[in-house]
Design a protein. Structure first.
Length: 127
């Protein structure tokens, strides 16, 4: 399964979770429920994955934690905010560069409609 196929499943699962739970819950709630929804669809999902960072020849083993990584190919960054900031998408792009992955999604469950809270972020992935 390639990144785009995984992405379609992620978007569908995110919309379903948002429809059932609505906006305004903690990010951790959406994380656990979305992870389960993706697992139920047969995808391999890891939560709170530590990602090392290299800086000046040093490696810091836990530079950040990716909310969800699906099939070792797609990073999901979850938010639950009323107003999404541009820095959130930049954060996902930085995560992609640090991991060498090519596709990520910023999923804001705080949006009134989930389709307004989904942003696809690419790092060298063809359309």
């Amino acid at each position: 399964m390639d990144e785009n196929e995984i992405g379609r499943l992620v978007v569908d699962a995110s919309v379903r979770v948002h429809r059932e739970l609505g906006p305004g819950l903690l990010e951790s709630v959406y994380e656990v429920v979305l992870a389960r929804e993706l697992l139920d669809r047969g995808l391999h999902v890891e939560r709170q994955v530590p990602v090392p960072i290299r800086y000046r020849g040093l490696q810091f083993d836990e530079g950040f934690r990716a909310d969800l990584i699906v099939e070792e190919k797609v990073i999901l960054e979850l938010k639950s905010v009323e107003i999404q900031s541009r820095v959130h998408a930049k954060q996902v792009l930085t995560y992609l560069k640090l991991t060498g992955l090519r596709l990520g999604f910023l999923l804001n469950f705080g949006a009134e409609l989930m389709k307004e809270g989904i942003e696809r972020v690419v790092n060298g992935l063809p359309d």
